[in-house]
Write a new protein. Sequence first.
Length: 175
Amino acid sequence: MQSSSSLSHPVLRTALRFGVGAGLLSVAWVAALYLLGVNPFGGKRLPTMLFVVGAVLVSQWWVRRHFQPEGPGLGRSFGVGIMTTVLSAAISATGLYGIAQVAGPESMQRHLTEMRQLLESNKEAYLQQRNGQEQYERTLQNLASTPQGLAADDLKNKLLFGLLISLPGAVFFRR
């Protein structure tokens, strides 16, 4: 009889496979942006969110395939989604932190300048909203200005998106 925490367990094995894969793919994307001279900390980093969401859904489908014909059930399907999310978000945030350290403070300053310019160009849209001035100032203050801030922001966003997609994915892939 196998323990449910052993690496031979299909749920854990699948979460490791897809979580580590999505995390490494996110790091590779950011590293490629950096090497190409594009701001790796700005909007071009957005596709890395899709890597995590895709990994969650594919891992849930993969576990469903393993437990055919009855399906994995809601618990296993949701569990693999959560584990995949946590692994990919942690690896991605760690890699982003490392790249930000290697890139140095000049790269962080360039990122902040670009983000402030983008925010300034959208100021009209903020001001047209209710409490727009407060939102604008809060967004300006919350711009990540350190490698730790970037990594924490990346971790938070990927955990949020991954966990939000895990539940509907688990419901869909439970059978």
